[in-house]
Design a binder for this molecule. Structure first.
Ligand code: ATP
Ligand code: MG
Length: 420
């Protein structure tokens, strides 16, 4: 799928769009026609109980809602400690990014194209000088220097490289090498063989809620990690989420990610950014309506779109052209799919809040409003974080020996316990 960074024509600009640069990544379209809009069904409140770790959780957005939910919660202490450790690691790397071993293009054989972007292609490559137990296969993103300079995206590319050099998280891709020649810059990351989530949603038409929950949990942990390190991701969508051979996720493509902290670890005066960038269907209203700038809130909005797309098989805000998509986003015009459970619909609704002051992830309790939501009732966050939980689906290897054929179908993993 080609990724482009066009300037929107002035006639296509949504209202209130100022003169800041707009960089748009296209969203692949599903072939299925999707569901016809049905009127929103009222959220049917439920009380969930669990004997182990229980908490009373009220919905912070619904002050008048007296009902108390009882849900199993994530052990916040474990995640707080874990994030603090990882933050220390990230910060020292950010100050002085580690260098990768020197390599050149001759050391890699290009095997096939995995994806295509505006600056170039992503290739599956084999390191021909590898020996012993060293990793043989990688994914190389080739970025054309001339195009980067022409499209004034040098900063984005340098940031993408620096972020890849510094991150270390189970659900984010790892950079192994980078090198350049007179034409291109090469980012060599681990090859994630299961294909991207977009392809799998298309094949299966949609994911079950328990499958979606498993993926959402990993995305939430990854966003939490990025935000805790001062990074806003800004391009969450199924095309940028890859499945590994165990059925776990790896997020890739940090082309739009931004580091928001200054040297003293403080945010700039406003702690906000204004660049209009992302994938239209996934863009938060505060990116489109440029009056206050935005921060990590945009990733929580995109999470709402992602959960919607995984469970429904199509995105909530659609349109024939960008203008229409933007109008629907800003007007909060979307309809819940009749397939959604009430808890799923409720979480999506609380993420797709146009008012950032009411959006889950951005409130006083931060990410815990999401992780403690009843949709994640009983989810074993720790074992997902540690990857000790068997994935509900595993990609089927078509050619284990050569890995050249990327994995095709997703098959139900019979060893997996039900998520809930
Ligand atoms: N490490 C990887 N392993 C397997 N497939 C990958 C990997 N990285 C990328 N891909 C595939 O290539 C596609 C494009 O990669 P990526 O999102 O990084 O670049 P892009 O968005 O096309 O390019 P750009 O951001 O430069 O415009 C992905 O959607 C995915 O299908
Ligand atoms: Mg991409």
């Amino acid at each position: 799928m080609q990724k482009v960074y066009p300037q929107l024509k002035s006639s296509e600009k949504p209202k209130n769009l100022n003169s800041k640069p707009i960089q748009i990544s296209p969203k692949k379209s599903h072939t299925s026609s999707g569901e016809k809009n049905k009127s929103n069904q009222a959220f049917d409140k439920k009380t969930l109980t669990n004997k182990n770790k229980e908490t009373n959780l009220t919905n912070p957005n619904k002050n008048d809602e007296k009902e108390i939910r009882v849900v199993t919660v994530r052990n916040e202490l474990f995640f707080k400690d874990n994030l603090a450790l990882l933050k220390e690691q990230f910060q020292s790397k950010w100050k002085d990014p580690p260098t990768c071993p020197r390599v050149s293009d001759e050391e890699f054989d290009k095997l096939k194209v995995l994806g295509e972007g505006a600056f170039g292609k992503v290739y599956l490559v084999r390191h021909n000088k590898s020996h012993d137990n060293k990793v043989l296969f990688f994914a190389t993103k080739v970025l054309n220097k001339e195009f980067i300079i022409r499209s004034k995206c040098k900063d984005h590319v340098l940031t993408e490289k620096r972020i890849l050099q510094c991150i270390n998280f189970p659900f984010l891709v790892t950079l192994y090498y980078y090198y350049k020649d007179s034409l291109n810059l090469y980012l060599v990351t681990e090859f994630v063989e299961g294909g991207d989530l977009f392809k799998h949603i298309k094949k299966l038409r949609r994911f079950s809620e328990s499958q979606s929950k498993f993926y959402s949990a990993q995305v939430i942990l990854a966003i939490e990690y990025l935000h805790s390190n001062g990074l806003v991701y800004r391009d969450l969508k199924p095309e940028n989420i890859l499945l590994d051979q165990w059925g776990y996720l790896k997020m890739t493509d940090f082309g739009f990610a931004k580091y928001m902290l200054l040297h003293n670890n403080q945010t700039n005066s406003s702690g906000r950014t204004w660049t209009v960038c992302g994938t239209p269907e996934y863009m938060a209203p505060e990116i489109i309506v440029q009056n206050r700038g935005y921060d990590g809130s945009v990733d929580w909005w995109s999470l709402g779109v992602l959960i919607f797309e995984m469970c429904a098989g199509y995105t909530p805000f659609r349109g024939k052209e960008e203008k229409e998509i933007f109008r629907n986003i800003v007007g909060h015009s979307y309809t819940r799919s009749s397939r959604f459970s009430d808890d799923c619909a409720d979480l999506i609704e609380n993420l797709l809040q146009n008012d950032v002051r009411r959006r889950y992830g951005c409130l006083k309790n931060g990410v815990t409003d999401i992780t403690h939501h009843p949709w994640f009732y009983k989810l074993d966050w720790e074992s997902i974080n540690n990857k000790t939980f068997e994935a509900p689906y595993k990609p089927v290897k078509e050619d284990i020996k050569e890995k050249i054929e990327t994995i095709g179908e997703l098959k139900l993993n019979k060893d997996a316990k039900d998520i809930l």
